[in-house]
Design a protein around this ligand. Structure first.
Ligand code: BGC
Length: 440
């Protein structure tokens, strides 16, 4: 019992950040933003979006697709102006379905098959006949050459599909649409999901100037008042998940080494839903191996079990005295009965991992705010979308409290729904206005 308490205490010290550490991370992040903007060596790519703040007056009906990494969603979105919109139709389909016999995240597939599959799903929703502009939210790092041209730099979130890196995403989509006789569906804009979250929020709230995703992956964008290419303010996709000036624990190091791309996306591997479950699992496994919990049951534990980030939420949601839900979870996941102290340890491990995630994300927000407003005196609204933010008990509260603490004033962090769909529609509306050649 004493050893277990000590081990949990030590873990907390390794993971949970002090105010000073959060401020240090914020200023390193700010420095890397400035370097990335100047094109100097930096883990932050600072990618241009070729889009500025919407007016809120964008109108029309648009197809939107949201390609996030786990699912693809197709939507028909009506923008009505004055910040109001309607999702007129909506469907989602997984990228991987063992029962359906496909897995578009694996190395055994290719971009042609993937985009043909997406085009088939668009076909079912595309209004027939007249030209229909489409906005595409593509949630991976892309080098943007224009509002409608984005070349995939690298896959993240453990996607392994070959042959797509270095290719123009919307061109592939347009080819697959044409093949299916859907030439009237015109992909006019391609954006990152963070940009989608920001556009969707700013469509309704002109104060919104930072957009972030805390979900399977993690990343943030913001409105840069002085982008390197002149022409006024522009939304910049930071690709903040690749930030790496961080304090790594032994668990972070082994998770990174075992990942698809060691050395990359280090912040994302410490904060996002794709990885938090694995991180908690590695800690629990270590506690078991050290004989701190589940003694006598070591042989049948975690080796073949996968702890998901949803399980972390379940552990955190248990407010009962005896942690009866945690007990039930251990029984069904591992087939054993547990002691109360073991349940407390598991719940604490979950909370430590999640706390550090919120602290790290808050430190990057503080760095961005300092970059755009060194005195921290203006109004800024941070729009956040994603399952981690939405569904993990306490996450949004912790994010907000940590930011307010280090910034020493209140900033507003708001949840944004349907960011990728509405944001893609807003981007399409802006593109259609700006590029008369679409003539839609
Ligand atoms: C990608 C980003 C994306 C984020 C959230 C990361 O893995 O690199 O482009 O915005 O996930 O989906």
């Amino acid at each position: 019992m004493h050893d277990l308490l000590n081990a949990v205490r030590k873990l907390r010290m390794e993971f949970v950040m002090s105010g000073v550490q959060i401020l240090e991370a914020a200023s390193l992040f700010q420095r890397d933003m400035a370097a990335g903007l100047k094109g100097l060596d930096s883990p932050l790519k600072m990618l241009p979006s070729f889009l500025a703040r919407p007016t809120g007056e964008e109108k029309g009906t648009f197809l939107a697709i949201d390609f996030g990494g786990t699912n693809v969603r197709v939507m028909l979105v009506g923008l009505k102006g004055l910040g109001s919109y309607e999702i007129m139709a909506h469907r989602a389909f997984p990228l991987k379905d063992p029962a359906g016999g496909f897995d578009f995240t694996s190395e055994n597939t290719d971009a042609g098959q993937l985009f043909d599959f997406i085009a088939e799903n668009i076909a079912e929703m595309a209004p027939p006949g007249s030209a229909c502009p489409l906005g595409h939210t593509f949630s991976f790092p892309t080098l943007q050459l224009g509002v409608n041209r984005a070349v995939l730099i690298k896959w993240t979130k453990e996607i392994r599909m070959p042959g797509m890196e270095g290719r123009d995403v919307n061109q592939k989509l347009a080819e697959s649409l044409k093949k299916l006789g859907l030439g009237h569906v015109v992909p006019v804009a391609v954006i990152n999901d963070t940009v989608g979250a920001l556009l969707a929020a700013a469509y309704q709230n002109p104060g919104a100037d930072i957009g972030s995703i805390c979900g399977t992956g993690h990343n943030t964008c913001y409105i840069e008042p002085c982008p390197p290419a002149d022409g006024g303010e522009m939304i910049i996709n930071i690709e903040s998940g690749n930030f790496d000036k961080l304090r790594f624990t032994k668990y972070d190091i082994s998770l990174d080494e075992a990942s698809e791309r060691p050395g990359e996306q280090r912040l994302e591997k410490m904060v996002s839903g794709q990885y938090l479950g694995r991180l908690a699992q590695a800690i629990i496994q270590d506690f078991i191996d050290r004989g701190l919990i589940f003694k006598g049951n070591e042989h049948r534990l975690f080796k073949t079990f996968t702890l998901r980030t949803e399980d972390i939420s379940l552990l955190l949601a248990d407010q009962s005295r005896g942690l009866s839900n945690v007990a039930g979870w251990i029984r069904s996941a591992l087939g054993i009965d547990s002691l109360l102290e073991e349940r407390v340890a598991l719940r604490t491990i979950a909370s430590i991992v999640v706390t550090r995630s919120a602290q790290l994300v808050a430190s990057t927000f503080a760095g961005i705010l300092k970059h755009i407003d060194p005195e921290l005196s203006g109004v800024h609204v941070i729009a956040v979308d994603g399952s981690l933010y939405e569904l993990t008990p306490g996450y949004s509260r912790m994010l907000q409290a940590t930011l307010n603490n280090v910034a020493e004033r209140d900033f507003s962090i708001i949840g944004v729904k349907n960011g990728s769909g509405v944001g893609a529609a807003v981007a399409a509306a802006i593109a259609v206005q700006e590029v008369p050649k679409y003539n839609l």
